[in-house]
Design a binder for this molecule. Structure first.
Ligand code: CU
Ligand code: ZN
Length: 190
């Protein structure tokens, strides 16, 4: 074999290698881009529009906003009887049943006991009670340290249920809050 052919072969090899190098470079840049994309996809806000179940008149909007300390839950509900009403995230985003039972039980990804929103042991969905004034309106805001808008415990796609009665924060597994008077699915908001 002549020197020329050997040299040519070496040049071709180097050329090919540089291509392979280039390709892995492009790939790592793409995965970097993907990571940035996924970070920017973090959900910051969620919304739930509540509609009355059959025979009821309760409407509302619940806003969930991610903060450094937890999720800020902003409540605006009307058409309630004055006083306390159980208020939970339920395990299915399904409000199709006339009585709201299609939403299933309380959202409970960790297999905990039912409890108070500020207690040690609670379902992730246990938001306690909303309190309606004499006009049947409940407006409040509280910081929830258990619910999440991102990751495996995200509340997106589940539902919010408002109950006819007060959640006693102890009876298992429902808080004995009675019938479901409003239901809404939690979605991603702008
Ligand atoms: Cu409930
Ligand atoms: Zn519960």
């Amino acid at each position: 074999m002549s020197m020329k052919i050997l040299l040519k072969g070496a040049v071709i090899c180097l050329y090919a290698l540089s291509f392979v190098g280039c390709e892995t470079d492009v790939k790592s840049k793409e995965s970097e881009k993907q990571q940035v994309k996924e970070q920017s996809k973090q959900i910051e806000k969620a919304i739930c529009v509540l509609h009355p179940t059959e025979g009821n008149e309760t409407n509302g909007v619940i806003l969930f906003t991610k903060t450094q300390e937890g999720v800020l839950v902003n409540v605006n509900i009307s058409g309630l009887t004055p006083g306390k009403h159980g208020f939970h995230i339920h395990e299915f985003g399904d409000c199709s049943a006339k009585d709201g039972t299609s939403a299933g039980g309380h959202f409970n990804p960790d297999g905990h006991q039912h409890g108070s929103p500020h207690g040690h042991e609670r379902h992730a969905g246990d938001m306690g009670n909303v309190v309606a004034n004499q006009d049947g309106i409940a407006q409040s805001e509280y910081l929830d340290k258990h619910i999440k808008l991102n990751g495996s415990h995200s509340i997106i796609g589940y539902s919010v249920i408002v109950h006819k009665n007060e959640d006693d924060l102890s009876t298992q597994p429902t808080g004995n809050a009675g019938p479901r008077i409003a239901c809404g699915v939690i979605g991603i908001a702008k």
